[in-house]
Write a protein that binds this ligand. Structure first.
Ligand SMILES: CC(C)(COP(=O)(O)OP(=O)(O)OC[C@H]1O[C@@H](n2cnc3c(N)ncnc32)[C@H](O)[C@@H]1OP(=O)(O)O)[C@@H](O)C(=O)NCCC(=O)NCCS
Length: 282
């Protein structure tokens, strides 16, 4: 077996996405990752990496750099089950980390139980659990939660950047457009944004708020929307909102290991951050 690693060229993304998705679905035993791969392809065109065996994709990895924060996220590392335990996962992770380093970024990720030991072996260390909680599917939209129109996008993104520690406006513009009617923000009495929410199809995130009352309103907004599947929030370990979310009726599910290499502290007002966009994006 001779495994080769390569970046997916922007010109072949349309062809590669279904093939990467097929490997991820078999690796993760989950329905589809196409939307997420598409986000990486749109905002980080050099961030898609595949491992191949005789021209067939047998491993995947994605990365997104946040250069103004000095960190990036690694996600969707997956190895075809028939090809596990041959070093492909570690090679993919290192290759994606190299892409991030090229943008001046060290790496962060949220590790599954299967991935944790692998990342540990290549120098990642634990920074606490990222907790996945189920959102109570109830609530009425609160009048303070305003829909995010085109004129609000800049304020929505600026608030997110302050909390997350890096600008993600291009990605957020994509997401707000992709999920019409499912994003909201709250403004304080002086008009400044004090909280944001975006409800995707499964995950509520980004979710961030200055205080517990605002958080409750944003969660009620999300809970009142129509959902095909269970709605979940991926709560970062630095979040100060976990207890408030549990008090609102969010039910704890699985934990992931939040791990980083070369990022002792994340920038941003991390205590205000309640829900990641996704485990692979941050
Ligand atoms: C987690 C995952 C990516 C690992 O992929 P992989 O290609 O098997 O990864 P590696 O081969 O680099 O490492 C896996 C193990 O094989 C061992 N290994 C590596 N090369 C080996 C070899 N030649 N012979 C024997 N064992 C080997 C590693 O030491 C490692 O062991 P450890 O986990 O006890 O440290 C894969 O199992 C997967 O896709 N899982 C489902 C999706 C998932 O959870 N992804 C991670 C999300 S964070």
């Amino acid at each position: 077996m001779s495994i080769t690693l390569r970046a997916v060229a922007p010109t072949e993304v349309d062809d590669a996405i279904p093939k990467m998705d097929a490997v991820m679905r078999r690796a993760y035993k989950a329905p589809s990752f196409r939307a997420q791969i598409g986000w990486y392809a749109a905002v980080q065109p050099d961030g898609l990496v595949v491992a191949e065996d005789a021209g067939e994709i047998v491993g995947t990895g994605c990365g997104i750099a946040y250069p103004d924060g000095g960190f990036g996220w690694i996600g969707l590392i997956g190895t075809e089950p028939t090809h596990e335990r041959r070093g492909i996962g570690a090679l993919l992770t290192e290759r994606v980390a190299e892409v991030l380093a090229g943008h001046g970024c060290d790496a962060a990720l949220d590790a599954s139980a299967a991935g944790g030991p692998l990342y540990e072996r290549i120098g990642f260390t634990d920074h606490g659990p990222t907790r996945v909680v189920a959102v109570p599917r109830r609530g009425t939209p609160h009048p303070r939660v305003l829909p995010v129109g085109p004129d609000d996008l800049a304020a929505f993104s600026a608030y997110d950047a302050g909390v997350f520690g890096a600008d993600r406006s291009a990605l957020l513009a994509l997401l707000v457009a992709q999920y019409p009617g499912r994003s909201g923000l709250v403004r304080g009495t002086d008009g400044a944004v004090v909280g944001i929410v975006l409800a995707q199809h499964v995950t509520v995130g980004p979710l961030a708020a200055d205080d517990a009352d605002t958080l409750a309103e944003l969660v009620a907004f999300a809970g009142a929307l129509p959902w095909n599947d269970d709605a979940r929030i991926c709560v970062p370990p630095e979040s100060g909102h976990l207890d408030a979310l549990l008090a609102l009726g969010c039910v704890p599910g699985r934990d992931l290991r939040h791990m980083r290499r070369g990022v002792p502290l994340l920038p941003g007002r991390t205590a205000a951050y309640a829900g990641r966009i996704s485990l692979g994006i941050g």
